[in-house]
Design a binder for this molecule. Structure first.
Ligand SMILES: C[S@@+](CC[C@H](N)C(=O)[O-])C[C@H]1O[C@@H](n2cnc3c(N)ncnc32)[C@H](O)[C@@H]1O
Length: 271
């Protein structure tokens, strides 16, 4: 039931309200400036030797997910939008390591954006409050859109895909990763094609994410025990993907799958 509510698009009208409350609550209670990423992470099993500044080591696996999803096209010199940027660590990583001209991070949690503006101050990196399903950004303003582990919160995923299509320049890239119930994966693929994207790459990375969750288990448990009020521990364990939590078990059993995509804006009318 919990997995159903949290991961299945379109089923629950209160989905957005719930998630907005949760992320605003988490950001207001949890001010640790060293925690800037909130995804389940990625390991390639072999090397995990992505060269990182020592200040980024703490969240290596979360950064590796960004690296795996975004480092498939050269972003150097491009204008990049990240939708659902959370605490800004991914947008900061993109700006510092992949050298785009600009990164704009948006999130519907005002508290997250306030945290991002204070925590990540650098040239070419901006943050604003915005909703993935109705972006207040101009048409054709970005060369690439990044979206990582955020779309399972959206009420109408089709609206998000059409917004990404609208804000991308012709032939722009959509770098997208998230989990879905196994039976919804094909529907997501069809929705992407219907929105006008060409699928250049589609990859199941559930095993890589699950292995990262194992490697991160103790660190995340420590955060929950020390920083989150006891009444929210159950939800926080789900949210963090702690071993034994419903989401962890669903990945193990194959009920939830984690996918990443490289897509290109290529509607015929755009040439
Ligand atoms: C699991 S966090 C991931 C954050 C970030 N991508 C990362 O990997 O650290 C999901 C984020 O999506 C944001 N989000 C959820 N629904 C949204 C919406 N409709 N519009 C914009 N952001 C949204 C949440 O506020 C949260 O920050």
């Amino acid at each position: 039931m919990l997995n159903n509510f949290l991961a299945r698009p379109n089923n629950f009208p209160l989905r957005r309200l719930f998630w907005r409350f949760w992320y605003n609550y988490f950001a207001s209670k949890y001010q640790d400036i060293n925690i800037v990423l909130m995804n389940y992470g990625y390991t390639d099993f072999k090397t995990d030797r992505l060269s990182l500044d020592h200040t980024d080591e703490r969240e290596r696996y979360c950064i590796q997910l960004y690296h795996h999803v975004a480092n498939v096209v050269p972003l150097e010199g491009l204008d990049v939008l990240e939708v659902g940027c959370g605490r800004g660590g991914g947008a900061s990583y993109l700006r510092r390591y992949l050298n785009p001209q600009s990164v704009t991070g948006v999130d519907f949690s005002a508290n997250n954006i306030q945290f991002c503006r204070q925590r990540h101050q650098m040239l070419g990196l901006e943050f604003s409050v915005d909703d993935a399903e109705s972006l207040s950004l101009p048409d054709h303003a970005f060369d690439a859109v990044v979206n990582i582990e955020s779309s399972h919160c959206y009420r109408q995923i089709e609206r998000f895909f059409s917004e990404v299509f609208r804000v991308l320049r012709p032939q722009g890239y959509f770098l997208f990763a998230d989990f879905r119930p196994q039976e919804a994966v094909e529907a997501t693929r069809k929705q992407l094609i219907k929105a006008g994207f060409s699928i250049l790459k589609q990859e199941a990375i559930t095993a890589n994410v699950l292995a990262a969750m194992d490697l991160e288990n103790e660190r995340k448990l420590g955060i929950i025990k020390t920083k989150i009020p006891v009444g929210f521990h159950g939800l926080a364990r789900w949210f963090a993907g702690i071993q034994g939590s419903p989401v962890y078990e669903a990945f193990h059993q194959g009920d939830l799958e984690y996918w990443c995509y490289l897509l290109q804006q290529s509607h015929p009318s755009q040439g």
